[in-house]
Design a protein around this ligand. Structure first.
Ligand SMILES: Nc1ncnc2c1ncn2[C@@H]1O[C@H](COP(=O)(O)OP(=O)(O)O)[C@@H](O)[C@H]1O
Ligand SMILES: [Mg+2]
Length: 361
């Protein structure tokens, strides 16, 4: 480090003690590149760990080094440099998964009334029929329709501070509609929604599940953000109708999931084809082909189309959704095809830690 010419400098630096470690910087082997050049002294202080390179430490050391060198003649200028290794990249801090739950899948759309709940309920029944342990979390706190569609009316029990989900058609389900039945509205601000979602995720006795489907409310607001922050989602399914108005909002939902770094499992086009029960001619009530088009635009899988059929609506209204008719039924078949696609899509994904965002109430 030092030749005879720099010896007095090194001796002076021995007086500089790092207050945190209690040893002088020469004994610590922190002094490097010591060189005198035309009255100018160059020193590099090499700190061995990134954590040591705090502003306070470096400022204190600089003051003490200058002080220690004051008695050493011939130094006109001090060129002092600090070096430290780059801090190690922190592992991505994603939210913790729900113990026992393999895949958590959000069903969303930009718009209300396009069939998210219908898709979520029928998909859940189809997955359960196919042998998967399936749960359905109704995250539409303001408009919870899952209980009606699954035909659930009981009040869930609370055992050991855990809410017991109800079961319909083999699907475990929880919904604000079960905890606050009737026509009394929930009138809450964002933070309350956040804690309801937290409770549904963490304080429900879900047990072992292959799939926990989450029926999202319409739009791109608080609940979706809250979810992305709270649980690693395996993916999202976006539901739209082929109408321009629904597609416009569907694009926003796709962008939201992208922004939240949630893998998009694909896009489902609901209410796509309608066959007139009188003349048996196809009628494009909500237009056609739009879902496939935006799936291609966004380069996400197109998961297929579901027909507009009064029996789908009627089955939902009376708690007997088409999927409960089984895979062999023509009306139920598209929901089983969808379930099959979701199963193969999730085989390729691992639960994904989502970007953590700040929610403003
Ligand atoms: N493919 C379909 N054919 C007929 N009616 C449907 C279909 N999909 C949904 N519906 C009906 O449309 C209405 C809105 O559907 P819903 O699933 O509640 O939408 P969202 O959850 O997106 O608001 C419900 O009455 C539902 O039964
Ligand atoms: Mg809904």
């Amino acid at each position: 480090m030092a030749g005879p010419a720099t010896e007095p400098i090194v001796n002076a630096l021995r007086q500089v003690v790092d207050a945190g470690i209690g040893q002088d910087i020469v004994s610590l082997h922190w002094v490097h590149d010591l060189a005198m050049h035309e009255g100018s002294l160059h020193i590099t202080i090499r700190l061995p760990q990134a954590e040591l390179a705090t502003r306070e430490r470096m400022a204190r050391l600089e003051t003490e080094i200058r002080q220690a060198l004051r008695g050493v003649t011939d130094i006109e200028k001090l060129d002092l440099k600090f070096e430290a290794p780059a801090p190690a990249a922190k592992p991505a801090a994603g939210p913790a998964g729900i113990p026992g739950v393999r895949h958590t899948i959000a069903i969303g759309s930009g718009k209300g009334g396009v069939g998210k709940t219908t898709v979520a309920v029928n998909l859940a029944i189809a997955l359960a029929e196919m042998g998967a342990l399936t749960g359905l979390l109704d995250a539409d706190v303001y408009g919870p329709n899952v209980p009606r569609m699954l035909g659930l009316t009981e009040t869930p029990r609370v055992i050991d501070r855990q809410i017991e989900p109800l079961t319909g058609y083999g699907v475990k389900a929880i919904s604000m509609g079960l905890l606050n039945p009737g026509d009394r509205p929930v009138i809450w601000r964002g933070p309350m929604l956040h804690s309801a979602v937290q409770q549904f995720l963490r304080q429900v006795a879900w047990g072992e599940l292959d799939y926990l489907l989450i029926d999202l409310p319409p739009g791109t607001g608080d609940i979706s953000l809250s979810l992305a922050q709270s649980v690693p989602l395996s993916g999202a399914v976006v539901v739209t109708t082929p109408s321009e108005v629904a597609l416009e909002d569907g694009r926003k939902a796709l962008n939201m999931f992208r922004h939240l770094q949630i893998p998009i499992l694909g896009l489902v086009e609901n209410m796509a084809s309608f066959t007139c029960p009188h003349c048996h001619e196809p009628v494009d009530i909500f237009s056609h082909g739009g879902g496939e088009r935006i799936a291609a635009d966004f380069e996400v899988p197109y998961l297929g189309s579901l027909p507009l059929d009064a029996r789908v609506r009627a089955g939902g209204d009376c708690g007997q959704p088409p999927a409960c008719l089984g895979a062999g039924d023509a009306l139920a078949r598209p929901f089983y095809d969808l379930a099959e696609r979701i199963r193969s899509a999730t085989r390729q994904t691992t639960p994904h830690p989502a970007e953590v965002m700040t929610i403003r109430a």
